[in-house]
Design a protein around this ligand. Sequence first.
Ligand code: ADP
Length: 404
Amino acid sequence: MIVLVINAGSSSLKFQLYNMENEAVLAKGKVERIGMDSAILTYEPEGKQDIREVREILEHTTAIRRVLDMLAHPEFGVLKSVRDIQAVGHRVVHGGESFSSSVLVDDRVKQEIKRLFDLAPLHNPAHMLGIQAVETNMPGVPQAVVFDTAFHQTMPSAAYLYPIPMVLYKKHKIRRYGFHGTSHAYVSERAAAYLGRPIEELKLVTCHIGNGASCAAVLHGKSVDTSMGMTPLEGLMMGTRSGDIDPAIVPFAMSKEELTLSEVNSMLNKHSGLMAISGISSDMREVTQAMQDGDKNAALAFEMYEYRLRKCIGAYAAAMNGIDAIVFTAGVGENSAALRAAVCRNLTFLGLRLDEEANARRSQEDRMISTADSRVQVLVVPTNEELVIARDTYELILHSNPVQ
Ligand code: ADP
C-alpha cells in the first residue's frame, strides 16, 4: 500500500510518500510560503535528482496538486499514477480530549477538529486546509489523522489539571494536553526494544528536544506526565519559547511595557528562550559555537537550557518513583553531545554514568550512551513521526477494509 503523509502548516506543507510493503520512503519534500507568488517547492524523489522550484502557489489545494503532479511526473515521478496512492495520513496537533488514538477522517472527525480550533488556533485550521485539499484533489481516497496530543491522554487528572478554578476546565477544557506525543510514543517503544525489555516493565523519561522541546514520563508504556501544557509554550526552555515562567509576569510585563495580548503572546512564543538569553540565535548549534568561542550570554543560555531540562528529568524520576532509562531525541537531543553530557554529568545521584566516548560518537542509529554499570540507561533514538503516521494510517485502512 502506498501512503502519503502530510504535515500541513498555515503557509507550509511537508510530505513523505511511503511504500508500506517495506516502509521505504519513495519521495519527500515540502512546499513553503503558500499564499505567495514565490512559493518554494522542494521535492526529493528516491534515487533521482532533487528538484526546487519557485512558483505562485496561493492555497493548499494548489500545493497538493503540485506535489501530486511531481509524484506522478513522467520523468521525476516515483509513481505511475496518482491513483496508486491508497491513503493519506495527516499530522494534527490538537486532538483535545476527543482523541486518544489515530482515526480515519469522516464528517464527525472533521467537526471535532474544527471544534478544537480554539485550543490550537495556529495549527488545527491549517491541518483542516490540508484535509480539504486532499479531498478536492484525491476524491474518495481515505484519510487518517494522527494527533500530537493522543499519547498523553493516559495522564491521570492529578497530572493534567491545573490548580485554578475548576470552572475553567469544565467550561473551557483548560488543562494540560501535552504535545510531541507521536514522537514520545515512538522513541519509548524503540528504547524498550533496544533494551530488550517489555515496555510494561519500564520507567522512561523521553526528551524530545528540537526547536520545540518537551519531556514525558512514560510509565509502563503510558504517558503519565509531560512538560508541555494546554499549549506548546509550557515546560522546558526552547529555541524561541520561554517555557515555564511565573504566570504573574504576564500581566506585570503587559502593564509595565504597555504590551497587548498579542504582543505578549509573541514575546513568549517567538522572542524568548535560547534566542532571548543568548541574543545570538535560537539554533543550538550556533549557541554552542558562540559559547565555545567565549560568548558569556551564549554560555548562560546553554546553562539555563540544560538546567531546566535536568530539573524536569529529576521531577519525572520523582513522579514515577524511579527511572530505568532516559531517551534523547529530535534535532538537539539526537545531535548535541554537549547538551546530553551536561545533563548527564549532573544526574550521577541517580546512579547514572555517561559513556563520554559513546556520547561523542555520531550516528543515525539507536544507541546507548551510558556505561555498562550505569544504573540508569541513557539512549539516543532518532525520532520518525512521519513513519508513525504512515503506520497508523496503514493499520486503520487494513482494519476498516480487511479484504484489501
Ligand atoms: P523542529 O522542532 O522544528 O522539528 P528539530 O527537531 O529539527 O526541530 O530540531 C531543530 C534544532 O536542532 C535546531 O534548531 C538546532 O538547534 C538543533 N540541532 C540540529 N543539529 C544540531 C547539532 N549538530 N548540534 C546541536 N544542535 C543541533
